[in-house]
Each structure stands twice: as C-alpha cells, then as structure tokens.
Design a protein around this ligand. Structure first.
Ligand code: TYC
Length: 131
C-alpha cells in the first residue's frame, strides 16, 4: 500500500443504540428519544507518513579513513567510490548526512555504527536528527 491511501469509503453509518449495548427499560418506553438516531462520520485515511531522520557521521582526527569507508559500505549500502567521496566530504567539512530513515531504522544504524566503532577502538561519532 502507498502512503496516504486508506479506507476509501466516504462515510460510515453508525446506528446509535442507546448506551452502547442493549437498550434500557426506559429507552424501550420512550421511543421518541434518540434510539434511532443515524450518525454519519467522515472517515480519515489511517496511514501516516513516518517522520524521517537524518543519520550524520562526524569527523574526528583519529578514525582511519579506510575504517569510515568500510562503515559507509557495510551499514549504509554505499558503493566504494561513493563511500570514499562521502568520507572525504566528512573529513573536509566536519560531517555529512549518510542516510535518511524512519526513526527506528535510524536508531538502529546509529547504534550499529557506534558499537562497531567502539569495538574497534575508534572514536567515530554517529548521530541522528529529525529531518
Ligand atoms: N579525519 C580522519 C583522518 O584524517 C578521517 C575521518 C573521516 C574520520 C570521516 C571520521 O567521519 C570521519 N584520519
């Protein structure tokens, strides 16, 4: 399904039946009260586009360039030539956006990069921010 689509029905009819279940004794006697009210409600599409988050990789003076290239290839599915180019952009400018994802996926990418960097004793920093 594509974002923004949903239930296409224009209106849903709800038969109001006095108090959400069976009718009370009172309601059976007072038939002119709203036991047969017909309520039409406009339905809203129920899917929403997820907020997207930029994943940023930050420069530092110690992480080897080849390690950053490897991170970009392994966790962000970027080909080698482009990974070298992005790594050099981070090296020169201080940071770069390396991907844009829904919240949970961005969080996972950040955690994977931080854990892999820590295990390899590099100070590489990866963060996310709302787009
Ligand atoms: N500045 C690092 C160096 O000269 C290379 C580097 C690039 C580090 C990108 C982090 O996100 C980074 N070895």
């Amino acid at each position: 399904m594509t974002w923004g689509s949903g239930d296409n029905s224009v209106a849903r009819a709800l038969l109001k039946l006095g108090g959400g279940g069976g009718m009370s004794k009172d309601m059976t006697k007072k038939k002119d009260i709203d036991q047969d009210a017909l309520v039409l409600t406009q339905t809203k599409p129920k899917t929403k586009k997820p907020s997207m988050y930029k994943v940023l990789l930050l420069n530092d003076d110690f992480t080897p360039m080849e390690f950053v290239v490897h991170i970009l290839e392994r966790f962000f599915n970027i080909d080698h030539q482009q990974a070298v180019s992005i790594m050099l952009t981070i090296h020169q400018k201080g940071l770069a956006i390396v991907g844009v994802y829904p919240h949970e996926i961005a969080e996972t990418k950040v955690a994977q990069v931080m854990e892999f960097s820590r295990k390899n004793q590099h100070p590489l920093q990866c963060t996310m921010e709302k787009e």
